[in-house]
Design a protein around this ligand. Sequence first.
Ligand code: 6PG
Length: 231
Amino acid sequence: MALELKRYADPSALDDALAGMVVEKLREGIARRGSASLVLSGGRTPRGLFARLAATDLAWDRVCITLADDRWVPPDHADSNERTVRSVLLQDKAAAARFIPLYNGAADPWAGLDAARAALAELPRPFDVVVLGMGEDGHTASLFPAADTLPPPSSATCADCIGIRPAKAPHDRLSLTPAALLDSRLIALHFTGAGKWSVLCEALKPGAVETFPVRTIIQQDQVPCHVFWTL
Ligand code: 6PG
């Protein structure tokens, strides 16, 4: 299992280290292939990472960025991950990066799947770096435990992305599928807090992916996965 656990003293040291690793991998991708791709998550945890990346000197015009998931809300909605990326990351030096949003204005994620799949086809694959968060229920991206996911209103599916109707979390979402997330050269799982650490320890035990969807990322040996965390 290509899993590395990297614990840091505090959130600031954690974000410094993760930003450094992301920049190193993007630089490597640009040097080797002329461009690089970066997949990011939403929520609260990555805001410090985004601010650090925005202030970093890099050939951002060679970098293509998308999200691992987004809530199906317009980009000016307070809960939009796209809004967070645009307002915190795509500023200063990183403003030159190309951003591919998941939300495309369709009535719901299932109606938007074809356009989302076409948009994702613009990114260099395998993704150079995928940064994922994790909830205290063991979800990652918008891949929630089966018990917390309602039946979809449509059977529309696509290899790269999936519509999700969570039972508890707000909003329908569009999420990259496990296969798309694993079509990458390196995955960083990024979280803080003792609660999430104990969830990770549980998820590292043998068991069903449906119980802890993060298992699809940490219990595989296809892609190196580095867990960046602090209490
Ligand atoms: C989302 C994220 C989600 C997030 C976790 C952790 O759209 O909410 O992509 O997977 O990473 O829920 O969120 P926090 O960082 O806010 O705890």
